[in-house]
Design a protein around this ligand. Structure first.
Ligand code: G6Q
Length: 556
């Protein structure tokens, strides 16, 4: 297998980066009124402006050549047609099939999966409507008022992020609560507010073996039985989403109340499957369908649009340029929308669990950086917190600015203020401000010569910091679907360019295995096992402090 660094395009890009070393983006903008139209693209209601990156025509041509030389389009078609593109687990990767409502036949191991998807959606619809319309009754004959979704990682972050993103579409017929953490604090706080007679638990776990989820599910069942003095029938209050039907049944969930998951849907790509049931319960099935339709629109765009106008492809290529050729190994996600506040955390998993790898398809070490560190926060809050580093820090962090033209909450003055900041921040990161301008501004404000000289170097922004701007017409279920699918495909495209297995996650296994060994050692009388002296002493300290605190109140 040829290393990507030997490709002509890769070598050309190395030279391009060197050639642009002393170029400033603002000079590329100066006098080039075409730069925006040249470096922007649109898919439906999403506009991508990538002009505020340190690129020129030569760079873009070489990036597109990289996409050709790495056979990106071929791999995309393979993924979408059900080929095994998760080689270490021997699985197809078909989250795209989940949102294709045309029922086009698609085979996995000789079986057409389209009818399976349609049947599951029909089951979700019937169930969702039954619960939302008050026809699903609990053990006292009352309708459900609250739903607790228990799951972690890919079985939590997607539904949680989307439910929050689409709060404006929620009619409040059901209150949704999410529990992921095995820290008893989370489930205790959620249960404390609820009435067992009107609470439905959705246990989301592809494997139905995940320790955190199983512990929370057992606590929920115990709570239901305790609160109902043993009268509640768990069958009326628990449903599951899993590919492990047996385990879900042995937990006590009736087979009719188990929704399917399949091997060809990865956890972090699963919000489009029955794992999205909490979204449908909270927002209504028609909004869940709109989410699927938006994602499908992006799938078609990814599959059919020439690479240069292709949003996920261009985002992927720009990301590769920034990290592999300009040496920027982080990526900020900055939504200018309160309801997208969980998007950075969601993308953190989607991207870092997919592309945080050091080994190529053949099992050899890759000699270049792969997935960047993804982090972020709602942009406007970030401005008053960490943007200092984005503007003047020594580490340059490329950023995605995400906003909407129309607000779902158009209070006088709010959206204009928000969006003025949205536009200004990426402008500031691109242009910066030089010493001459700082001097002129200080002079105009009446500062003394001495003060001007004292302050000028502190106030200079070098600028030249790369950003992408993603501007949606409005935050709708359809557009959220398209936005998330766009990032999924970006991640896939980068994985192909880096020759890494984006759909496995072997790196998370070791910690789980070690935790399994340590857990019994935490019992008061248990022996501490053989560990390095740091781990051993930490465990010993934990047990000693716990033993001495045994007779004191937890709040003291
Ligand atoms: C996602 C990962 C991981 C997974 C969780 C939950 O791609 O595989 O985040 O989703 O560990 O797993 P279960 O759904 O099996 O409980």
């Amino acid at each position: 297998m040829n290393c990507r660094t030997t490709l002509p395009s890769w070598q050309a890009l190395v030279a391009d980066a060197r050639a642009l070393e002393s170029t400033h983006m603002k000079d590329l903008f100066a006098g080039d009124e075409q730069r925006f139209s040249q470096y922007s693209a649109r898919c439906g209601a999403i506009l991508l402006d990538y002009s505020k990156n340190l690129i020129n025509e030569t760079v873009v041509e070489h990036l597109l050549q990289l996409a050709e030389e790495t056979e990106l389009a071929h791999w995309r078609d393979k993924m979408m047609s059900g080929a095994i593109v998760n080689p270490t687990e021997g699985r197809a990767v078909l989250h795209t099939a989940l949102r294709d409502r045309s029922e086009t036949a698609i085979e996995v191991e000789g079986e057409n999966i389209a009818p399976l998807i349609s049947d599951e959606l029909a089951k979700m619809k019937a169930f969702t409507e039954g619960v939302r319309e008050g026809r699903w009754l609990g053990y006292t004959g009352k309708a459900m008022t609250d739903v607790v979704s228990i799951g972690i990682g890919g079985s939590n972050l997607g539904p949680l992020m989307v439910t929050e993103a689409l709060q404006d579409y929620c009619d409040q017929s059901l209150k949704m609560h999410y529990v992921s953490n095995v820290d008893g604090a989370q489930i205790s706080q959620v249960l404390a507010k609820l009435n067992p007679a009107t609470t439905l638990f959705v246990i989301s776990s592809k494997t139905f073996t995940t320790a955190e989820t199983m512990t929370n599910a057992a606590t929920a069942r115990r709570w239901l039985m305790d609160q109902s003095s043993g009268e509640a029938a768990p069958g009326k209050h628990f449903v599951a989403i899993s590919s492990n039907i047996e385990k879900a049944q042995s937990f006590g969930i009736e087979s009719d109340n188990i929704f399917s998951m399949w091997d060809w849907v990865g956890g972090r790509y699963s919000l489009w499957s029955a794992i999205g049931l909490p979204i449908a319960l909270s927002l209504g099935f028609e909004h869940f369908e709109a989410l699927l339709e938006g994602a499908h629109e992006m799938d078609c765009h990814f599959a059919e649009t020439p690479l240069r106008q292709n949003l996920p492809v261009m985002l992927a290529l720009i990301g590769v340029w920034n990290s592999n050729f300009l040496g920027m190994n982080a990526q900020a996600i900055l939504p200018y929308d309160q309801n997208l506040h969980r998007l950075p955390a969601y993308l953190q998993q989607a991207d870092m669990e997919s592309n945080g790898k050091s080994t190529n398809w053949a099992g050899d070490p890759v000699p270049y950086t792969t997935g960047p560190i993804i982090w972020g926060e709602v942009g406007i809050n970030g401005q008053h917190a960490f943007y200092q580093l984005l503007h003047q820090g020594k580490t340059v962090v490329p950023a995605d600015f995400i906003g909407s033209v129309n607000s779902n909450n158009p209070l006088p003055g709010h959206h204009e203020n928000l969006m003025a900041n949205f536009f200004a921040q990426s402008q500031a990161m691109m242009t910066g401000v030089d010493a001459a301008s700082v001097r002129a501004q200080l002079k105009a404000s009446g500062a003394s010569e001495e003060d001007i000289e004292r302050l000028v170097s502190h106030k200079v922004h070098k600028g030249n910091r790369p950003t992408n701007t993603l501007l949606m017409d409005r935050l709708t279920p359809h557009n959220v679907g398209a936005l998330v699918a766009m990032y999924e495909h970006k991640i896939f495209a980068q994985g192909i360019i880096w020759q890494i297995c984006s759909f496995d996650q072997w790196g998370v296994e070791l910690g789980k295995v070690l935790a399994k060994a340590i857990e019994p050692e935490l019992a008061p009388d248990a022996e501490t096992g053989h560990h390095d002296c740091s781990t051993r002493n930490l465990v010993e300290h934990f047990k000693a402090v716990q033993a001495s605190a045994k007779n004191t109140s937890p709040k003291l």
